[in-house]
Design a protein around this ligand. Structure first.
Ligand code: KIV
Ligand code: ZN
Length: 381
């Protein structure tokens, strides 16, 4: 099994489905260029039949982005596939992503089809898409709540029809990491032609388990992850690209697989997507949050100032952040204060420093954070 995990970025499709988010074609192209620079393997640029704007986005990215596969989403309908194929025509490498639901819930309430009807519809869609490209990804919506035996049948049939990537979405964020890992492992083990396809994790974050589930899927044998920048997406969002990429890199000793992502660009693209979508990144967000490399308690500051790795498992330089930050609060100690004063060019004899430290604590008790202006006032009176 390959030790390379493909990164399928769906910020511009599933991510853009976040309530309140709308990106123009130009904005999507701007993000697309950054995604190429970041090193993603596949960009899902939109759902071409859904609107003229989405058609244009997919078509524009297909025309302008090189060295990456551009993907368009479709339902398992001929018309959707024809429109996606048209939008993808100029792509250096184009992928059609088609499929439909597999859970009892979706079959009964949404699709109103029997299992056999849905399977036949999916197979027909793959055969139709095959007229346009060999690169066909098949999604089985709501796999996380589906009967595995039916999932095995669907996978075998759509691979036989020509699908080359099989997407196993936990659409509702229902699965646990162990269940999702087993689902992927069991599909690969039980489907006779599973060696003809790459298996892909597509997880949602309704229970806050999207990253853990995706990593579970990788352990189970998936070699593609479907992710968004900052984890944006429907409801609680999708799996966050930066979390999966850094987990695989920092814990390579455990996962033993890696992606092609240049992590130095992670913070830059996170900020760009946040600015363009208006989706604020929570301060304590893993990898790219404003507090991810900030230390405010005296015990932690003392450790980090002696040796960064005492409290940081990621070197901030690795993701494009400037450096670890020492934030002065009422919980900070002498070492942190001395360090910040030295950064500002101040160095005091012990007696004077003790006085400043006492004054600092008084100010700190009245504020969330003691900033440089406060420090300047403290040392000049
Ligand atoms: O969550 C999901 O099931 C999806 C599919 C359309 C791939 O986004
Ligand atoms: Zn999704």
């Amino acid at each position: 099994m390959s030790d390379r995990v493909l990164v399928f970025d769906t910020t511009l499709r599933d991510g853009e489905q976040s309530p309140g988010v709308r990106l123009s074609v130009a904005e999507k192209l701007e993000v697309g260029h950054q995604l190429v620079k970041l090193g993603v393997d596949i960009i899902e640029a939109g759902f071409p039949i859904s609107s003229p704007g989405d058609f244009e986005s997919v078509n524009t990215l297909a025309k302008n982005l090189k060295g990456v596969t551009i993907c368009g989403l479709t339902r398992a309908r001929e018309k959707d596939i024809d429109v996606a194929a048209e939008a993808l025509k100029p792509a250096e490498r184009g992928r059609i992503h088609t499929g439909l639901g597999v859970s009892e819930n979706h079959l009964q309430h949404k699709l109103r089809m029997s299992k056999d009807e849905a399977l036949e519809t999916g197979v027909k869609a793959v055969k139709h898409a095959k007229k346009y490209t060999d690169d066909i990804e098949y999604f089985m919506e709501d796999s996380g709540r589906a009967d595995p035996e039916y999932v095995f049948r669907v996978v075998e049939a759509v691979i036989a029809a020509g699908a080359t990537t099989i997407n196993v979405p936990d659409t509702t964020g229902y699965a646990t990491p162990a269940e999702y890992e087993n689902l992927i492992r069991n599909i690969i083990h039980n489907v006779p032609n599973s060696d003809k396809a790459v298996f892909s994790c597509h997880c949602h974050d309704d229970l806050g388990m999207a990253t853990a589930n995706t990593l579970g899927g990788v352990l189970g044998g998936a070699r593609q992850v479907e992710v968004t920048i900052n984890g944006i997406g429907e409801r609680a969002g999708n799996t966050s690209l930066e979390e999966v990429v850094m987990a695989l890199r920092i814990r390579n000793d455990f996962y033993k697989v890696d992606t092609n992502i240049d992590a130095h660009d992670l913070l830059r693209i996170s900020r760009m997507v946040s600015r363009l979508t208006g989706m604020v990144v929570q301060r304590n967000k893993a990898v790219v949050g404003a507090n991810a490399y900030a230390h405010s308690s005296g015990i932690h500051q003392d450790g980090v100032l002696k040796e960064r790795s005492t409290y940081e498992i990621i070197d901030p330089l690795m993701v494009g952040a400037e450096k670890s930050e020492i934030i002065l609060t009422a919980r900070s100690g002498r070492h942190g204060l001395k360090h910040r004063l030295a950064e500002m060019g101040f160095n005091f004899p012990e007696g004077r420093f003790e006085q400043i430290y006492e004054d600092f604590l008084k100010v700190a008790d009245t504020k969330k954070e003691v900033d440089e202006d406060d420090l300047r006032l403290l040392v000049t009176h």
